[in-house]
Design a protein around this ligand. Sequence first.
Ligand SMILES: C[S@@+](CC[C@H](N)C(=O)[O-])C[C@H]1O[C@@H](n2cnc3c(N)ncnc32)[C@H](O)[C@@H]1O
Length: 282
Amino acid sequence: MGIPRKSHFMKDEELRKLPSIIPPKWNSHFWGNEKYTQFATRVPSNWVGYTLLHSILGVEGKILLDFGCYRGDSTKTLLDAGAKKAVGVDKFKKNVYAARKRHEGDRRLQFLHVGPRAQIPQKRYYEGASMTFVRPAISTHEELGLSFEKIFNALRRGAPLGIIGLHPNSLKPGRKFVYYGHSLPPGEKYKDGAKFENVLRLPDEMELRFSDCCWTEKTIVSTLENAGFAAESVFGIKWSELPGRLQATFKGAKNAIAKHEGIKWLDEWKAPLYQIFHAVKR
Ligand SMILES: C[S@@+](CC[C@H](N)C(=O)[O-])C[C@H]1O[C@@H](n2cnc3c(N)ncnc32)[C@H](O)[C@@H]1O
């Protein structure tokens, strides 16, 4: 595939250093936590995000790629939404082994280890790809570009890529969410590569803390385009901007969750907690 290579893509010797650039918290502290695995795909706002992403991808009957699958639960949401087959890839072997074990017996699910320098084995195979909450876990522009490039190679022509991550506005001082707290360090602005702190509050009152990385809309779009994608649309999941039919569905579901958990929503209704990018392989 003729992918335009940009000089800012990592050179081999830089790529070899990747594992040491990755903040250890991701693996050992946060992403190693089984409770998060069970929780992530059910957090109401996440659920809204996954559902919108599925509608962008048009999952029905498709063979889909889940880039950055962790323990495979986001991969499973693709099947639950009607995909024919879903393949999860992750750069950490331990996540891939855990995903295989966790979803043993479901033959429509497959999990592959794809290291930072490796390509996804199947070329021009997938009919769509999702990248859910992976973008903020990428800490260098080179890794971001390389990730888009691999996804591009694995997709069929015309296939969509849906990306979901935190919306920059959700980091505005004063925003409060029931399950999440996140803030930029004092005086820091939302800019490429800036780190911010997260607190994920689980329903059992356990708290998980980890840091994430900012990527501006402009950078995501230009990096997608450099990899060969056409960036179709970017939108925030803002309650007031959801189409009426979806508003009713999500409000009903969110209210049911609120009742079940005995909580009152904070800024979830107003603030665009997440941002979605929709790109298509040219
Ligand atoms: C925050 S978790 C998200 C997991 C899952 N997609 C979800 O929606 O719950 C991010 C995952 O992306 C993986 N990841 C980060 N950078 C990656 C890369 N360059 N290639 C493959 N996986 C990557 C991490 O190992 C981690 O498992």
